[in-house]
Design a protein around this ligand. Structure first.
Ligand code: SAH
Ligand code: SF4
Ligand code: F3S
Length: 452
């Protein structure tokens, strides 16, 4: 690979790139790697504000397919580039990410949008540099969707923020929740070596990062593939890193949340008092049909243990309404669970049929209208809970990290370890720093605090 030739071509033409990212933090982090590879090769990030008419020279769509509307959006956005590509054949269009791993998708895109230059899958990111070389220098078209188990270390990363960073600790998923496409598009579960993760986070702390978010579809089963590390052990090690202040992770699967993990969360001062613990449904019948491998009672017992050992821990969740066969009674079980737990926030979704998953073939698919009504009722209840719980934050103390200066010059915005937005008196030098604050006023949307 003649990287000098590519670099030379890219820089002498001042080539720019733009990445459109859909989906979860995994994809956001993959986009940081794509940006890292591009900048290493001389590309500049396209600046929307300064180029009103000229589009970027390389446009990338990093796709998601977890729910159906994602597909429609991506297709619309690729289609919208048809004319620009006709007027400027040198423009490069690339499509990658989870959607590309779906059967027949590459052919479908090639047929509908033959002008797309590069299509590659979630296991081919390490070859992206080669693809851009082949397209720009050799004028080829690329169609590469492979399966793979390898973990590629040391890809360049251009991080979106300079105080807060992502680190993937595991790839793929083996849980096969019956509604979910992720195991099919991200492959089998595999964990990074603990040493590699620790090295990366140490390096980040040295560069001045204070917050790390560890990523995986089920971080609680980290290390399961025989590399002799466990998630609690990883957390204990990371908690010792100087300079690091906030350790976050997602997602935790309730079936694998151990007592040891709860204890480690309670003991390690850098681990944020927050857990994202998707419940999906409050009905045991539906949980079984979803293949979630825990009961409503088990979930509630986890919440009880978490709150007993970590007072004021924020619990956030994901919930699906309208799973096949969900009755009004099942749905009311979900509402009641929501009332019992009182989540800090909930990401709520209408069930979306994903071809190839078990649930797609289940009987009693729920009418769209009913799904919409249930979603509406669920969101109304969650909003009510957030309103009701807001005053409870007054006089509480919590750790926050300042991330932005507000328009009013003497005010800054911060994110609390419990995910709440907090406003403080302050100035720009506070950005990226962590403070212990006391809450003075509380609204549903945000808290107002003083440094103590
Ligand atoms: N690994 C994580 C979540 C991955 S996807 C976990 O196990 O919780 C993020 C969320 O999307 C899921 O928690 C689920 O609530 C939602 N989701 C996944 N598949 C879906 C589908 N087919 N329809 C609607 N929502 C879905
Ligand atoms: Fe999907 Fe379940 Fe895996 Fe989460 S744990 S990614 S919901 S299969
Ligand atoms: Fe994430 Fe969507 Fe893929 S949720 S793992 S980007 S299917």
């Amino acid at each position: 690979l003649d990287t000098a030739k590519l670099h030379n071509f890219v820089t002498s033409n001042c080539m720019t790139y733009q990445i459109n990212t859909y989906g979860c933090q995994m994809n956001a982090h993959d986009s940081e790697k794509i940006a890292g590879i591009l900048e290493k090769n001389g590309f500049l990030e396209w600046d929307e504000s300064s180029h009103q008419t000229k589009k970027a020279d390389l446009i990338i769509f990093n796709t998601c397919c977890v729910r159906d509307h994602a597909e429609a959006r991506v297709f619309g956005n690729i289609g919208a580039l048809r004319e620009a590509k006709e007027n400027n054949p040198d423009m490069v269009i690339a499509v990658c990410g989870c959607m590309m791993q779906q059967e027949g998708m590459e052919q479908k895109i090639s047929r509908r949008f033959p002008f797309v230059d590069i299509i590659f899958g979630t296991h081919n990111l390490d070859e992206f540099e080669k693809y851009i070389h082949e397209v720009i220098i050799e004028k080829k078209k690329i169609r590469q969707i492979q399966e793979g188990m390898e973990i590629i270390e040391d890809l360049p990363i251009k991080r979106a923020y300079n105080k807060s960073a992502y680190a993937t600790i595991m790839y793929g998923c083996d849980n096969y929740c019956s509604y979910c496409i992720v195991p099919y598009v991200r492959g089998r579960e595999r964990s990074r070596d603990m040493e590699a993760v620790v090295q990366e986070v140490r390096g980040l702390a040295k560069q001045g990062y204070v917050e790390i978010t560890l990523l995986g579809q089920n971080v609680n089963s980290y290390g399961g593939n025989g590399n002799n590390a466990s998630f609690p052990q990883l957390l204990r090690t990371l908690n010792e890193i100087d300079g690091l202040e906030f350790i976050r992770f997602m997602t935790s699967h309730p079936k694998d949340l151990s007592d040891e993990l709860i204890e480690v969360m309670a003991r390690c001062d850098k681990i944020c008092k927050h857990i994202h613990l998707p419940v999906q449904s409050g009905s045991n019948r539906i949980l079984t049909a979803m293949n979630r491998c825990y009961s409503r009672e088990h979930y509630l017992s986890l919440i009880h243990k978490l709150r007993a050992q970590i007072p004021d821990i924020a619990v956030t969740t994901d919930i699906i309404v309208g799973f096949p066969g969900e009755t009004e009674d099942d749905f009311e079980d979900t509402l009641r669970l929501m009332e019992q737990v009182r989540f800090t926030s909930a990401f709520t979704f209408m069930y979306s049929v994903r071809t190839g998953t078990k649930a797609a073939d289940m009987q009693h698919q729920i009418d769209k209208k009913i799904k919409k009504q249930r979603l509406h009722r669920l969101n109304a209840l969650q909003n009510q809970i957030i309103q009701e719980d807001a005053p409870g934050y007054i006089n509480k103390t919590m750790r926050v990290m300042v991330d932005e200066v507000m328009n009013k010059k003497d005010e800054v915005k911060a994110k609390a370890e419990n995910t709440k937005t907090v406003f403080l008196k302050g100035d720009p030098h506070m950005i990226g720093k962590v403070y212990e604050v006391k809450i003075k006023a509380a609204r549903a949307g945000a808290l107002v605090a003083e440094i103590i």
